[in-house]
Design a protein around this ligand. Structure first.
Ligand code: PMP
Length: 355
């Protein structure tokens, strides 16, 4: 039995893997593989329509928003957001809370004027800057809701009159959000939505078409919206598997139910990190992420030996990102409480052995 704590691509439910593998061989008893059918076939149109319906239903998306399934990862959104929303002469505000947030700002600077309105770089991104001031006339305010590498999460949306744009790649579908608060949300799928290869964009229609730029069609949200994400061939298989995963989430009871599970999982692991004298967390307590738990050892020389024990116990993907070191346990929706308990038990076992 493997317990996959990988940061992404990451664990998805076993049932989703099984159903997806069946569809690779024979999709809907059609005698054809999902990999060989046209994206314009009736069968695939039903898939993408259901995926869109599930996104709308699970996140309670209000009227007036388009749901797009695009390619190029969240990194392409770092450029598409300013291309579409940052007009010449205007300024966008960015919050710098980690590697991904600063990459997003760096790309925007290539396109227009950007103000960094807060940063936690001074303490290696171990906290979320508070009480930031966003200029009221900012074209938009961009932040990253969950910092996958540093294990911090933004639970209180910064209050601003500027339109909100959020990179939710690593915590979308893990907790309730109010979509109406946002002008645009984007997320690479490969955490809580599905496999790599598709990027979800939820965009308020009335903010589009105001950049004053003539964009290449492929970078223009409006062209994707008008074409129902079929301007060009969409990532058929990734959308299909995402749809299966969202069906799984709905059958489980939706976001309210998964959020409670995620709270319980986070409590169990942070509780052990705080109790066990061998380990310590890296993020400040109030900003601790429920999705990516970053921690180190009081004595870093023991880290290799803990990783070795973890491997023997079937715990995979725990090595921390090089910019934080130590360990990172990613606990996305499909990771069960029993996997978290297996990690907690292994931390206790390590403590006993090294006392
Ligand atoms: N934003 C966040 C918060 C991420 O975690 C990641 C990747 N893990 C990215 C952006 C980049 O995503 P992609 O690789 O899909 O471009």
């Amino acid at each position: 039995m493997k317990h996959n704590f990988g940061a992404g691509p990451c664990i998805l439910p076993k049932e989703v893997f099984q159903e997806a593998s069946q569809a690779v061989v024979d999709f809907n008893n059609s005698g054809l593989s999902i990999l060989e059918i046209s994206h314009r076939s009736k069968d695939f149109e039903a898939v993408i329509a259901e995926a869109e319906r599930l996104v709308r239903e699970l996140l309670n998306v209000p009227q007036g928003y388009s749901i797009l399934f695009l390619q190029g990862g969240a990194s392409t959104q770092f450029a598409m957001v300013p291309l579409n929303l940052l007009a010449d002469g205007a300024q966008a505000a960015y919050l710098d809370t980690g590697v991904w947030a600063s990459k997003a700002a760096k790309e925007a600077k290539k396109i227009g004027d950007v103000a960094i309105v807060g940063s936690s770089a001074d303490k290696n991104y171990t906290y979320i800057p508070k009480n930031i001031e966003v200029p009221a006339d900012a074209a938009y305010f961009h932040y990253t809701s969950n910092n996958t590498i540093y294990g911090t999460e933004v639970f209180d949306i910064p209050s601003t009159v500027a339109p909100l744009v959020c990179d939710m790649s690593s915590d979308i579908f893990s907790r309730t959000i109010n979509v109406a608060d946002y002008a645009l949300i984007y997320a690479g799928a490969q955490k809580n939505m599905g496999p790599a290869g598709v990027t979800l964009v939820i965009v308020k229609d009335d903010i589009l078409g105001k950049s004053g730029r003539t964009l290449p069609t492929i970078f223009d949200y409006e062209s994707h919206s008008k074409a129902g994400s079929m301007y060009n061939t969409p990532p058929v298989f990734s959308i299909y598997v995402s749809m299966l995963n969202l069906r799984w989430l709905k059958a489980k009871g939706g976001i309210d139910v998964i959020e409670q599970e995620n709270i319980i999982k986070a409590r169990a692991l942070y509780g052990e990190i705080d109790r066990n004298p061998f380990f310590k967390g890296t993020a400040v307590e109030e900003d601790r992420s429920r999705m990516n738990v970053t921690f180190v050892m009081e004595n870093p020389e023991l880290e290799a030996s803990f990783l070795e024990l973890a491997k023997e116990r079937g715990l995979i993907g725990l090595k921390g990102h090089r910019s934080v070191g130590g360990f990172r346990a990613s606990m996305y929706n499909a990771l069960s409480i029993s996997s978290v308990n297996a990690l907690v038990d292994t931390m206790k076992e390590f403590e006993e052995k090294n006392k």
